[in-house]
Design a protein around this ligand. Structure first.
Ligand code: F6P
Length: 345
């Protein structure tokens, strides 16, 4: 078979591990040939490619980023975009496409499936918020980086008797904030799922001071809102082609509010893209490799419009539409874990 591959949306540690696994199994077991499209859907529209074979995918397992590079190109917004994609796919005589991406990337695959293209998806986002899968690769690396940052911030925060706010990624779901916050022993953990209750934040910080510990760590997801009525904190008003604002600044806004309400010196740090950079953890390399092998198997089973997913410890697949229908947010069970560790009201 001839198979095209692309990586779309924000990059994610483990993308190269998926690419390597798909190509290795495809060539060695099925005799496939591959075309790599550069910079997500833009590469398909513009027919911008690179060869994908055993040589070009060698030595990339541990590397962050993606050898195919990425972009947030929305084919739906480009006049003639789908026609260009179909022309490129026909020109390269492709039998199938494997697209690695989150809901935006997969929403384009869904449209191509309607136009007769065989597409298989691999769930990728450090935010971990794709429906139908328990874990997206890249999430574990992001959590590991955030937890290490929280660990490091502990000593300097204690030395200065401060409150330290740590802003982490998480646009619609607080998986990174909740997981790194619990793992890093944060005193307050705030996620997009629940508007921030400043009275509760102040109560928790005062309780911490009264317990004799005169420092505290607060972890907040970039998508959290300062109140029921507030919008998300953004960097300017510009939207990307999928209509998403650039989120940033909730950490600083929250730090100013905390200092005003408590009188405790408060600082904020935004971990930003550091969470997406560098080498993937062993867990993510393993998960990405399992996804890659499953994706190429699906292609050869003739299944299309499917997303490989992890349910429990089993790799299986679901319709692409199910994955993009809604975000998978953090459940009450984890918010209860957080509450259980905090002083009772
Ligand atoms: O999609 C994952 C994500 O990392 C979000 O958490 C974040 O809001 C966004 O990407 C940042 O995207 P960009 O790299 O375009 O700034």
């Amino acid at each position: 078979m001839r198979i095209g591959m692309l990586t779309g949306g924000g990059d994610c540690p483990g993308l190269n591990a998926v690419i390597r696994a798909v190509v290795r199994k495809g060539i060695s077991h099925y005799g496939d040939e591959f075309v790599g499209f550069l910079e997500g859907w833009r590469g398909v529209i513009e027919d911008h490619t690179m060869p994908l074979d055993l040589q070009t995918t060698s030595g990339i397992l541990h590397r962050g980023g993606t050898i195919l590079r990425s972009s947030r190109t929305n084919v739906k917004k480009i006049p003639g975009g789908f026609e260009s994609c179909l022309a490129t796919i026909a020109k390269h005589k492709l039998d199938a496409l494997v697209a690695m991406g989150g809901d935006d990337t997969q929403s384009i695959s869904v449209e191509l499936v309607k136009r007769g293209i065989k597409c298989v998806g691999v769930p990728k986002t450090i935010d971990n918020d794709l429906s139908g899968t328990d874990v997206c690769f890249g999430f574990d690396t992001a959590v590991t980086i955030a937890t290490e940052a929280i660990d490091r911030l502990h000593s300097t925060t204690e030395a200065h008797s401060r409150v330290q706010v740590v802003e982490v990624m998480g646009r619609d779901a607080g998986w990174i904030a909740v997981t790194s916050g619990i793992a890093g022993g944060a005193d307050v953990i705030l996620a997009p799922e629940k508007p921030i209750d400043m009275d509760e934040v102040v109560r928790l910080l005062r309780a911490r001071w009264e317990s004799g510990k005169r420092f505290a760590l607060v972890v907040v997801a970039e998508g959290a809102k300062l109140s029921e009525t507030a919008g998300q904190a953004t960097l300017g008003a510009k939207l990307d082609s999928f209509g998403h604002a650039r989120l940033s600044g909730i950490g600083q806004a929250l730090a100013e509010e905390i200092e005003k309400l408590t009188g405790y010196e408060t600082r904020s740090v935004n971990l930003g893209h550091t969470q997406r950079g560098g080498t993937p953890t062993a867990y993510d390399r393993m998960l990405a490799t399992r996804y890659g092998v499953a994706a190429i198997d699906l292609v050869h089973q003739g299944k299309t419009g499917r997303l490989v997913v992890l349910q429990g410890n089993k790799i299986t697949d679901i319709p692409l539409e199910d994955a993009i229908a809604k975000n998978r947010t953090v459940g009450e069970d984890l918010f209860e874990v957080i509450k259980g560790l905090q002083p009772k009201a």
